[in-house]
Design a protein around this ligand. Structure first.
Ligand code: HEM
Length: 150
């Protein structure tokens, strides 16, 4: 059996004034967890089970979803909630186990920077997605016709 060692550097950032960020982080993990269950299972159900299921999952399917504000917001909510949840969860683990203060700071910064970068990139992709971009190089008939009609 594998046993995970107890945290070696339990770091308590007790604030004497202002909001208790650790408490709000703790609450965020629970609330986002519940919302993510709905978003992730809804996502899997629609993408993999409805209609033709996984066999219908192709460029046209995704292009259709990204043309619909409802699915754009669904996916963006999933992206933001999951990335902040994942980064905050990893921050907890880093704070619990990384002994060297400098290394800890570098890792926590790297976590937020990478999460922030992916959030910006993903949000831009969802809201600026254009299926006709580069269509002149495409050989897919329906796509060429659809874009020509626009
Ligand atoms: C199905 C939806 C999810 C639920 C219900 C959920 C729930 C939770 C909860 C309640 C915690 C806090 C645990 C604690 O403080 O002891 C947690 C921690 C964590 N979650 Fe999630 N989560 C979900 C999805 C995700 C996703 C998509 C990611 C990655 C992007 C993720 C990464 C993490 C990490 C890294 C931690 C920290 C683990 C630790 O403290 O040991 N979770 N999750």
């Amino acid at each position: 059996m594998t046993t995970i060692a107890d945290p070696r550097s339990p770091r308590t950032s007790v604030r004497r004034s202002g909001p208790n960020l650790e408490k709000w982080g703790w609450i965020y993990m629970r609330v986002s967890g519940v919302v993510l269950v709905v978003l992730i299972f809804g996502h899997l159900f629609i993408n993999l089970m409805v209609g033709e299921g996984i066999h219908g999952l192709d460029f046209a399917f995704i292009a259709g979803k990204f043309a619909t504000p409802f699915w754009q917001w669904w996916d963006v909510a999933m992206l933001w909630l999951a990335l902040i949840h994942g980064a905050n969860g990893m921050r907890t683990i880093v704070n619990d186990y990384v002994l060297n203060e400098r290394t800890r700071k570098v890792l926590v910064w790297a976590l937020w920077l990478s999460a922030g970068f992916l959030i910006v990139l993903g949000t831009l992709v969802v809201f600026t997605f254009d299926p006709c971009l580069g269509v002149e190089n495409s050989t897919t008939e329906w796509l060429i016709e659809m874009c020509a009609a626009q």
